[in-house]
Write a protein that binds this ligand. Structure first.
Ligand SMILES: Cc1cc2nc3c(=O)[nH]c(=O)nc-3n(C[C@H](O)[C@H](O)[C@H](O)COP(=O)(O)O)c2cc1C
Length: 327
C-alpha cells in the first residue's frame, strides 16, 4: 500500500506505544514483517525546546524504514515547528496523536481532547500537513464517549485536508483501554474516507488480523498490545494472509533467541546498565506460557550483563530440551 508517497510493503503496522516502541523493538517487529512502525509519542513542546530524551525517540536506522514519528500537542505553532523537526531528522511520515486518553494530555487540550472539537482537529492536521513535504497521518478514536461518536464527522473533515491516512482506535476516550474495541464503525468510516483507513484495537492473533480485513474493509491494521512480547504476530499474520496457513506458536527456542536479540539491540542503542534495566519489562512477554517462567524471570531481572542473561537463557533452553527428550 501507499501512504502519500511512501511505499509500505505490508498493511501490518506496529502501533505507537510509549515506553515500548523504541528503536530496538521497532527493528525486531520490522524483521518479523511489520510494514510500518511508529515511534513512541513525542511532546511537540519538548522537541522545540530541544529536550534530548525526546530527540532520542526519533533516532531511526535504515533497516526499520519506513518509520512514522508521532507527535502530540495543542498549539498549532509548536506542532508545525516540531513536525518540521521530525522531517529534518529523517522521519518518513509524521503522525499526530488525537487519541491519547490520559488526563495529563487531555487536560492540556491535546490527544483525545480534539475529539470534542472535530473542526479544531482538522484545522491542526491541515496546518501541520501543509508545513511538511512528507506525509502527515493522524491517529484518533471513534469519539469522546458513547453519546458523542465523532469519527464519521472527522472522516468527512479530513477528506478536505492534505492528511494522507488515518488510524482509528475503535474505542471512545471514556473507555480508555477498557471494554471492547467496536470495529463496526470501520465500514462506515471507509464509506466516507477518501484516504487509507487503519484499524486499531483488540488485534491479538493472526486470525484477528484476517478477520479485521474481512469484516471491516480496512486498508491496514495496527497492532499494539498484541505485539508486546509477541513480535511473532507479524510473521504469523503474514503467513496466514499470504498462504492461508496458520503458523504454529513460536517455539521456546525462537522466543529465547528473539528475546536475546532484542536485548542485544537494546544494550547496543541504550548502553549499560540502562539498556539492561529498561529491557526487564520485556521478559514476562517473551517467556509467557513457558515452563517455570516466573522463577526464570526472577533470576533474569537481577543479572547485570548480556553474557549472564544469555548463559541463563541457554542453560534453561538445554534443560527444556532435555526434559522434552525424557517425555
Ligand atoms: C503501553 C502503551 C503505550 C501506548 N502509547 C501510545 C502512544 O504513545 N501513542 C498512541 O497513539 N497510542 C499509544 N497507545 C495506544 C495504542 O497505540 C493503541 O491505540 C491501543 O493500545 C489499542 O490497540 P491494541 O488493542 O492493539 O492494544 C499505547 C498503548 C499501550 C498499551
Amino acid at each position: 500500500m501507499i501512504i502519500g508517497n511512501v511505499n509500505i510493503e505490508r498493511p501490518l503496522f506496529l502501533a505507537p506505544m510509549e515506553g515500548v516502541t523504541d528503536l530496538p523493538f521497532r527493528v525486531i517487529c520490522k524483521r518479523m514483517g511489520a510494514g510500518l512502525v511508529y515511534t513512541e509519542f513525542i511532546a511537540s513542546e519538548a522537541l522545540i525546546r530541544n529536550v534530548k530524551k525526546s530527540f532520542d525517540k526519533m533516532n531511526i536506522i535504515e533497516e526499520e524504514r519506513p518509520v512514522s514519528v508521532q507527535i502530540f500537542g495543542d498549539k498549532i505553532d509548536s506542532m508545525v515547528e516540531s513536525a518540521k523537526i521530525c522531517e529534518d531528522s529523517g522521519a518518513d511520515i509524521v503522525d499526530i496523536n488525537f487519541g491519547c486518553w490520559v488526563k495529563k494530555v487531555v487536560n492540556n487540550n491535546a490527544g483525545a481532547a480534539f475529539l470534542k472539537e472535530p473542526a479544531r482537529l482538522a484545522d491542526m492536521a491541515e496546518k501541520v500537513a501543509q508545513s511538511i513535504s512528507i506525509p502527515l497521518t493522524v491517529k484518533t478514536r471513534i469519539g469522546w464517549d458513547k453519546n458523542t461518536i465523532k469519527i464519521l464527522e472527522v472522516a468527512e473533515l479530513l477528506n478536505k485536508t492534505k492528511v494522507a491516512a488515518f488510524a482509528v482506535h475503535c474505542r471512545t476516550r471514556e473507555q480508555g483501554m477498557k471494554g471492547n474495541a467496536d470495529w463496526s464503525w470501520l465500514p462506515l468510516v471507509k464509506s466516507i474516507a477518501k484516504m487509507p483507513v487503519i484499524l486499531n484495537g483488540d488485534i491479538f492473533t493472526p486470525q484477528d488480523v484476517k478477520r479485521a480485513f474481512e469484516e471491516t474493509g480496512c486498508d491496514a491494521v495496527m497492532i499494539a498490545r498484541g505485539a508486546i512480547g509477541n513480535p511473532f504476530i507479524f510473521k504469523n499474520a503474514v503467513k496466514l494472509l499470504d498462504s492461508g496457513d496458520l503458523q504454529e506458536e513460536p517455539s521456546v527456542e525462537e522466543r529465547i533467541r528473539t528475546c536475546l536479540e532484542h536485548l542485544r539491540l537494546t544494550i547496543e542503542y541504550k548502553g549499560l546498565p540502562r539498556g539492561l534495566y529498561e529491557f526487564r519489562k520485556h521478559y514476562s512477554g517473551y517467556l509467557k506460557g513457558i515452563y517455570n517462567n516466573s522463577v526464570l524471570r526472577q533470576e533474569l531481572v537481577v543479572l547485570e550483563s548480556f553474557d549472564e542473561v544469555e548463559s541463563k537463557l541457554m542453560e534453561y533452553l538445554e534443560e527444556i530440551e532435555a526434559r522434552i527428550q525424557l517425555v
